[in-house]
Design a protein around this ligand. Structure first.
Ligand SMILES: [Zn+2]
Length: 79
């Protein structure tokens, strides 16, 4: 986990890590990443995700799920 002590948006030192279910949106579709750890600034609402958090978001994102489906369909069409 990267260490952040000052919010890059508002310079608040109140920024801290939180672990909670994270809800994102992709093409109007909501998806949830359970127990995601990320930084959140209580003063301005800025959220910062480290590499691990980004990877978990990507793993749960429908954008990647769609890509997997397309890949499978492509392979099938040429089999
Ligand atoms: Zn802030």
């Amino acid at each position: 986990m990267i260490q952040i002590t000052v919010c890059p948006s508002c310079d608040s030192t109140e920024i801290r890590t939180v672990r909670q279910d994270w809800t994102g949106k992709f093409q109007g579709r909501l998806y949830t990443v359970p127990s995601l750890e990320f930084y959140e600034c209580p003063d301005c609402g800025e959220r910062i995700y480290d590499r691990e958090a980004m990877r978990r978001i990507e793993a749960h994102s429908p954008a990647f799920a769609i890509r997997h489906v397309e890949k499978k369909a492509h392979v099938k069409a040429h089999a």
